[in-house]
Design a protein around this ligand. Structure first.
Ligand SMILES: Cc1cc2nc3c(=O)[nH]c(=O)nc-3n(C[C@H](O)[C@H](O)[C@H](O)COP(=O)(O)OP(=O)(O)OC[C@H]3O[C@@H](n4cnc5c(N)ncnc54)[C@H](O)[C@@H]3O)c2cc1C
Length: 546
């Protein structure tokens, strides 16, 4: 290692460290895993990345077979995606520039935080609508590599829809521009007698030959980030290799630049808040609200609400409220409800938006009338008063993560998704499985998509608790797949779900995933053990032990 580090210091302009404290930090993300890297490299520019890829390729053939490169951005991944026992490529320090702002797009470097990206996009009255609940913490590169999604994805879809063009360093150590090609442009690429031509030919052959199996394997849900997104590459008219990079978790190459399409947010919004004392009518309510086409439809449970009460000072800070009285007033509806009819079991947030205030209010009121008789209580709030609900919804996981010290918020069944029409059958069965384990857990999520984030609180040092994780995962995933859902709506596969991809897609599609990996990364330079080639044993052996 010492020798490798020295050689790399000669070769690259970016910083290189194996300082133990830094290695500790980079051995964790927001998942239940820890993997200690050997080196952290912050590339100064694309030339550094190209040289590093060539260096690793060369040394893998010699005596350093285990060398690899794992891109990392903000490290908020919940799946173990940015963890590696070799080189971490930290994209944050030098890849955070905004390169161009157009009428409906921005071109940026991937290490830019979403919060900084948004500051600029909002100046142009634009947003990237696939932003996540972690929007204050994560980067654009991480969002692309995970095919991230969020509260607006019900109507705007996930990140895959907004990637116009990517620049990517591939395994030959060169940078390529990937974007949609028409048939003529594709034909030109297929003729190239180069590395690039070879990649195009092999991927084209793969998706053409297996078109039917690929389309049939696409999960029947509105969001999915499990596996490689093969179904997005070729529709018979347009061929887009950038779509293979989306959601690939840095396993096929390093994204060095991204052009993202943006949208103009609607002018007016009204939030319909629905409190439920039990879940018996949940599925009916969800499907009745969906008829009115909310822009977003989210939920959080009683445990999450309890957390908000428990950590009121943090909530106040996030709401930028200094006065306790003002804060207490914000939570009056909940307090009144708790006194009169008890703690709500679930809170649903249905946001209606549009360019006419009158129409939006009418939409929210009609939805409210339709479901009022099934709910404990409903209220409609304006943009200002709705802020509190969004903060509670977005911040629950983070509050738990930072404030519960003896137990760990354990994401492993954190991203299941089924079509909401199945909720009446699916939810009672999910409940029954969860009941078998007597765990304390929070549920929040994108109820309009049928996408639930379940976070059990677990003592990861306890062997009995650790044993629950694979068993419960398997039971929950089986149930999800019975309803043609996906095990990962937006949080991707990483270490936590890659071992279950065969369960979701079967051997044929997983063999195609392996072929994709072989085409782009035959020598396993990029982020090994994610998407393909990882065992449950590896996952179990790398659970955090604190
Ligand atoms: C509190 C909290 C809330 C969250 N809420 C959501 C949510 O609502 N929706 C959602 O989708 N996710 C959510 N997440 C998960 C996570 O924040 C997102 O997936 C986010 O997009 C990851 O971005 P990051 O910058 O942290 O990436 P990282 O965690 O650093 O990396 C993520 C993956 O991208 C790869 N990668 C990073 N940069 C590059 C690059 N330049 N080239 C190639 N590959 C790269 C990494 O190798 C890794 O596999 C949440 C996480 C937390 C902690």
């Amino acid at each position: 290692l010492h020798e490798i580090k020295q050689q790399l210091q000669q070769l690259l302009e970016g910083e290189i460290t194996n300082d133990p404290a830094a290695l500790d930090t980079y051995s964790r993300d927001a998942s239940i895993f820890q993997v200690r890297p050997e080196l952290i490299i912050s590339p100064k520019h694309t030339a550094d990345i190209k040289k590093l890829v060539q260096f690793v390729a060369k040394h893998k053939h010699n005596k350093h077979k285990g060398l690899s490169i794992t891109p990392r951005a903000a490290g908020t991944d919940m799946s173990g995606g940015p963890l590696s026992d070799s080189i971490i490529l930290d994209m944050k320090p030098h890849f955070h520039e905004i390169l161009k702002v157009g009428a409906d797009f921005m071109t940026v470097q991937p290490g830019i935080y979403y919060r900084d990206f948004e500051k600029t996009s909002l100046k142009h009255h634009l947003i990237l609508p696939s932003y996540t609940a972690s929007k204050e913490l994560c980067t654009i590169g991480g969002m692309i590599a995970n095919n991230a999604a969020g509260e607006l994805s019900l109507s705007y879809g996930q990140t895959e829809r907004y990637v116009k063009k990517l620049k990517v360093v591939l395994a030959d150590g060169n940078e390529y521009s990937l974007h949609p090609l028409n048939k003529r442009q594709l034909a030109d690429k297929l003729k190239l007698k180069t590395y690039e031509g070879e990649i195009y030919r092999r991927v084209f052959h793969l998706v053409e030959k297996h078109q039917q199996v690929i389309q049939a394997a696409k999960p029947q849900v509105s969001k999915n980030s499990a596996g490689y997104l093969l179904w997005n590459v070729w529709d018979g008219k347009t061929f887009d290799l950038a779509q293979l990079m989306v959601g690939s978790q840095g396993t096929l190459g390093v994204i060095t630049e991204a052009t993202m399409e943006l949208v103009r947010p609607k002018k007016h919004s009204r939030l319909l808040v629905i409190f439920l004392s039990d879940l018996k009518d949940l599925a009916t309510i969800v499907n009745k609200v969906l008829v009115h086409k909310p822009e977003s439809f989210e939920c959080y449970d009683d445990q999450t609400l309890g957390l908000a009460f428990k950590f009121l000072p943090e909530i106040a800070k996030l709401l930028k409220i200094k006065n306790l009285f003002t804060l207490a007033r914000q939570f009056l509806p909940e307090l009144r409800l708790i006194v009169t009819s008890g703690m709500p079991k679930l809170v649903l947030l249905a946001q209606f938006t549009g360019d006419s205030a009158r129409d939006v209010t009418k939409q929210a009121e009609t939805a409210q009338r339709d479901i009022a008789s099934f709910a404990q209580q409903t209220i409609i709030t304006d943009k200002h008063d709705s802020k509190k609900y969004w903060v509670v919804r977005r911040e629950s996981f983070n509050l738990l993560r930072h404030h519960v010290h003896h137990k760990h918020t354990a994401p492993f069944i954190d991203d299941i998704i089924v079509n909401p029409v199945y909720l009446p059958h699916f939810l009672p069965r999910l409940d029954a499985i969860m009941d078998d384990y007597h765990l304390t857990y929070t549920i929040a999520g994108h109820i309009g998509n049928g996408n639930f984030h379940i976070f059990p609180l677990m003592d990861m040092t306890d062997p009995a608790t650790r044993k629950i994780i694979p068993e419960l995962s398997e039971r929950v995933f089986r149930l999800v797949l019975e309803y043609k859902g996906s095990i990962a709506g937006e949080h991707n596969d990483g270490i936590v779900r890659t071992p279950y991809l065969k369960m979701q897609y079967g051997p044929k599609i997983c063999a195609l995933f392996e072929e994709v990996k072989d085409i782009f990364d035959p020598y396993r330079i990029f982020n090994p053990g994610k998407k393909v080639e990882i065992t449950k044993r590896y996952a179990l052996d790398h659970f955090i032990d604190t």
